[in-house]
Design a protein around this ligand. Sequence first.
Ligand SMILES: [Zn+2]
Length: 72
Amino acid sequence: MGRISKGVACSVEGCGERAVHSLSLEETRILESKGYSLAAIHGRVYLCEKHYKEWKKARKKLDKFEKWRMMR
Ligand SMILES: [Zn+2]
């Protein structure tokens, strides 16, 4: 979790930016549902700053949706 060492590229296909965060494959299913292709390395997905923000945004939305669903 968290910060990772230098030199790892973002796992989003076609991105190629330097990755700054690593997440588990499970956590990044959200991005795949948004249409991103991810190339996991040993079950880990590495994200650059931009895609990490995308992921956080997507997760926030999901959290809201989950809460909304639970309230009903
Ligand atoms: Zn990226």
